[in-house]
Design a protein. Structure first.
Length: 268
């Protein structure tokens, strides 16, 4: 359980990125989101961001020295992650301010910058793990996995809140179903590459398949796909209960997947 803070941090940070981009995109393209709801969602990103930062420091031997992580920006992906993620959360604060001021034009501009910085932050986070000493991590799958978590959780998080506020005017299910399909393809390619790789990679694949949490993840994954399939085809299924249920089971699925990511890693 030593890696639990990292599991929570990576899941939350990726959820925030996907949620932020969804809110910003819906606001710019479709409008119709009330000031109160937009402000509420944006504030929730700040709260989740604060939690993620606090949790991430629990993984450090000396949490109060966390600020030193930015000192090696030129050579360390960890330093870049800390810098860009901190900037990402800081920019969300400005974005939230423009929701409070109800300034759509400035909100749109700061949203562009915030989204770009957020993408760089998650890219930096993925690069930390793409190291030759752990074959199962050292590939583009890690990059895909981190960004797909953003696509799976972020839009559904925003959709659930908009449904609660009765302001959901766009069918979010299509985005989520596409992300689920891509995730399934990536998983197949990933495990195929593990079985064709180094002995340590093969061992990671075997450990994963033997773990009960992997099969629980598959069940939750399929459940979310069925729920979203129903909501995509029929408007009456685009409700608070469906979006909340789909988000909840996918959150469990991604949490279990990230836990196994750390748990089954085999070093050379």
């Amino acid at each position: 359980m030593h890696d639990l803070p990292l599991v929570i941090f990576t899941i939350l940070s990726q959820l925030i990125l996907g949620g932020f981009v969804t809110l910003w995109w819906l606001d710019r393209k479709y409008g119709g989101i009330s000031q109160k709801t937009g402000l509420l969602i944006s504030i929730s990103f700040l709260i989740l961001g604060g939690i993620s930062l606090l949790v991430s420091m629990l993984h450090l031997g000396q949490p109060f020295h966390a600020y030193r992580a930015i000192l090696n920006f030129g050579v360390s992906w960890l330093s870049r992650e800390v810098t860009f993620y901190g900037a990402f959360i800081g920019l969300i604060l400005f974005y939230t301010w423009f929701w409070y001021k109800d300034d759509g034009s400035k909100r749109g501009l700061i949203g562009w910058i915030t989204a770009i910085i957020g993408v760089i932050a998650i890219f930096s986070s993925a690069k930390i793990y793409m190291i030759p000493s752990i074959p199962a991590w050292n590939g583009v799958n890690t990059l895909f996995a981190f960004f797909l978590t953003s696509l799976l959780l972020g839009p559904l998080y925003v959709a659930a809140i908009l449904a609660i506020r009765n302001e959901l005017g766009v069918n979010i299910s299509g985005i989520s179903i596409s992300a689920l399909i891509v995730t399934a393809v990536v998983m197949v390619v990933y495990f195929s590459s593990l079985f064709a790789g180094l002995p340590e990679a093969v061992e990671t694949a075997k450990l994963t398949f033997k773990h009960i949490l992997f099969w629980i993840r598959i069940v939750t994954f399929v459940t979310a796909f069925l729920l979203l399939g129903l909501s995509y085809r029929t408007s009456k299924w685009r409700s608070v209960k469906i979006y909340s249920a789909a988000f909840s089971v996918l959150l469990v699925s991604e949490f279990l997947g990230r836990f196994l990511f750390y748990e089954t890693a085999i070093h050379l």
